[in-house]
Design a protein around this ligand. Structure first.
Ligand code: FES
Length: 204
């Protein structure tokens, strides 16, 4: 049956679920220190709004094991006294929660308008070539993952590449991103000392 002559009802396009199922993963519980941190965050909300700590809870999972798993989602749900579906709803909405294992350094190139106009595509292509990765892939050594991201709110310093959800490498170019990769390989996190977060912290 067709309700509109130009809309292809009945094709796969209308029946395909975009939902990404998380891998089961190893049994997960927070370390005692992280459980205490999360309990402290929960205590800032009324008991019936314990679920307000769900973003913090998911960040703590990621801090502990790098990415989300179904097992971790169940643990978060138990901890916050909500359902796994409630946790998954939040996790699937936000791109900063990784749904599969990622490398030590996650390079996230902003692809929204300001960055796109300032050359983000060229940055992505050059990183892709340099790392031998397509967007969404992690290299065999587990060192780098390349992703695209939406606006980071630093449009005046576009294009922006965020590393590990935290360090903003601004006014990115193919050349300075190539150097960033080399520096990360050579010296690890200290290579990010010129990123926005660190500059702001130094300025107090
Ligand atoms: S468009 Fe990239 S930071 Fe806003």
């Amino acid at each position: 049956m067709s309700f509109h002559p130009l809309i292809p009802y009945g094709t796969d396009r209308w029946h395909r679920s975009e939902r990404v199922l998380l891998a089961a993963g190893a049994p997960f519980v927070y370390t005692a220190e992280r459980a205490a941190r999360l309990e402290e965050i929960c205590s800032q909300y009324p008991p019936e709004w314990r679920k307000s700590a769900v973003l913090a809870a998911l960040y703590l999972v990621q801090e502990q094991q790098g990415s989300l798993t179904a097992s971790a989602v169940r643990h978060v749900a138990e901890f916050l006294r909500i359902t796994p579906a409630d946790v998954e709803d939040v996790a699937s909405y936000y791109v900063m929660f990784f749904k599969a294992p990622v490398g030590t350094y996650v390079l996230q190139v902003c692809r929204t308008l300001s960055c796109a106009l300032a050359g983000a595509e060229r940055v992505t292509e050059s990183l892709s070539e340099k790392l031998g990765l397509k967007v969404g892939e992690t290299d065999a050594s587990g060192m780098f993952t390349l992703l695209e991201f939406e606006c980071l709110g630093a449009c005046d310093r576009a294009p922006v590449v965020m590393v590990n959800n935290e360090h903003w490498h601004e006014r990115a170019t193919p050349e300075n991103c190539s150097k960033l990769v080399d520096d990360l390989k050579a010296s690890g996190l200290p290579a990010l000392s010129g990123c926005h977060l660190h500059v702001e912290r130094r300025q107090g």
